[in-house]
Design a protein around this ligand. Structure first.
Ligand SMILES: *Cc1c(COP(=O)(O)O)cnc(C)c1O
Length: 396
């Protein structure tokens, strides 16, 4: 078939991406998530999943989903406000509220939707939203879409945020940050941000996609880690597809916040409820998170082991104590080369390039999981050393 007008218009964009080493390709898995995965016909040791606690294929959680599917079937049939809200969804919301120490929680079908929906329900024209430069795309998109004055502050620089707050005359001011930054692995200075928000009459929202399940004594996340209750951190968002190993997301906070979201968050109102069986699986996951505290300990031990090993090899890591351990190479091409070299040795690590990260900061994003063994981490370190040593003199 001859190229259509559409294809003719789009093709140069694809070519440009390819030339800049920014083209993305999907890989096809033939196995469940786990430390060993079957990818395009090969067995690889994976260091790129966000399944930080190894729960995505946990037998108890799989069984919960299977048995709920037998009762509730597969599809939820409609949105929560029409007829898709089941007792599994409802119980999960109550359990999430209890776990995070909030009055109420509300389930969303995805984290992306939770962020866009929440920001847009809280601020609009005439208001202001302040976001860390390194916030997740869904938070940035939510802020841009809201019509509020959108201001980004330098990464984790409380003083820069304060200057912007001082200058703002907006009626409603919403500060939005990642609790754990998804591509850097560092934490936001939450206690300072909470104090600043209070001083300037601003509202604080934190996205805990990478802290929920992993941080805090019981796994309740970054808010628990810093001891921030609902007064200090009124808008807590978490996702369920990462540490919790299932799918979906939630926002937790006061009764008034949750009722406002139910009335006004469009990505909540105008979408089909997640299947009840997914909610049932997440209920089982919440129990495992709380009962199997060894998973957080195992993860912590592996993080320490990886950082120490990488240090001994002279690899420069970022300032992260979480499961996200990026190694910055700078240019996209070198990053891809290292990722390909690792894959030849049987290791799968994500090469993260712009626009996901700023220009000139392309990186390997190594993610550790409680499902890994120390031997697997040692194997990755050895492979990294071999591949990086073989690179044509790239200063690291
Ligand atoms: C993954 C992620 C999201 C999106 O969550 P989904 O449930 O995958 O849509 C939102 N925020 C952050 C920081 C994330 O890493």
């Amino acid at each position: 078939m001859p190229d259509s007008l559409l294809d003719k218009a789009l093709a140069p964009g694809l070519q440009a991406r390819q030339q800049q080493h920014l083209y993305r390709r999907r890989r096809t898995l033939a196995s469940a998530q786990g430390s060993q995965v079957q990818v395009d016909g090969r067995q690889l040791t994976g260091f790129c999943s966000n399944d930080y606690l190894g729960l995505a294929n946990h037998p108890r959680i799989v069984e919960a989903m299977r048995s709920a599917a037998e009762h509730y079937g597969v599809g939820s049939g409609a949105s929560h406000l029409v007829c898709g809200h089941t007792s599994e969804h409802h119980a999960l919301e109550e359990e999430l509220a209890e776990f995070t120490g909030r009055d109420r929680a509300l389930l969303f079908s995805t984290g992306y939707m939770a962020n866009v929906g929440t920001i847009n329900a809280l601020v609009g024209k005439g208001d202001a939203v302040f976001e860390d430069k390194l916030n997740h795309a869904s938070l940035l998109d939510g802020g841009l879409l809201s019509g509020a004055r959108f201001q980004r502050f330098l990464h984790n620089r409380v003083a820069d945020l304060e200057k912007k707050l001082q200058r703002s005359e907006a009626e409603r001011k919403l500060i939005v940050v990642d609790g754990v930054f998804s591509m850097d692995g560092d934490l936001a200075p939450m206690p300072e941000l909470a104090e600043l928000a209070e001083r300037h009459g601003a509202w604080l929202m934190m996205d805990d996609a990478h802290g929920f399940g992993c941080l805090g004594d019981t796994g309740a996340g970054t808010a628990e880690h810093f001891g921030l209750d609902q007064n200090k951190l009124p808008v807590l968002m978490g996702t369920l597809g990462k540490g919790a190993g299932t799918y979906g997301a939630f926002v937790a906070g006061s009764e008034v916040l949750i009722e406002t979201l139910i009335q006004q968050a469009r990505p909540y109102i105008y979408t089909t409820a997640m299947p009840a069986a997914v909610a049932a699986a997440t209920r089982a996951s919440l129990k495992v998170i709380q009962e199997e505290g060894w998973r957080r300990q195992q993860l912590k031990g592996l993080i320490r082991h990886f950082r120490q090993g990488a240090g001994e090899l002279g690899l420069t890591l970022m300032d992260s104590d979480t499961a996200i351990q990026p190694i910055v190479f700078g240019d996209a091409r070198t990053t891809l080369e290292v990722a390909e070299g690792l894959e030849q040795k049987g290791y799968w690590v994500g090469a993260i390039r712009p626009p996901t990260v700023p220009q000139g900061s392309a990186r390997l994003r190594v993610t550790l999981s409680a499902a890994h063994t120390q031997e697997q981490v040692d194997g990755l370190l050895q492979a990294l050393d071999d591949v990086v040593t073989a690179l044509p003199k790239t200063p690291l």
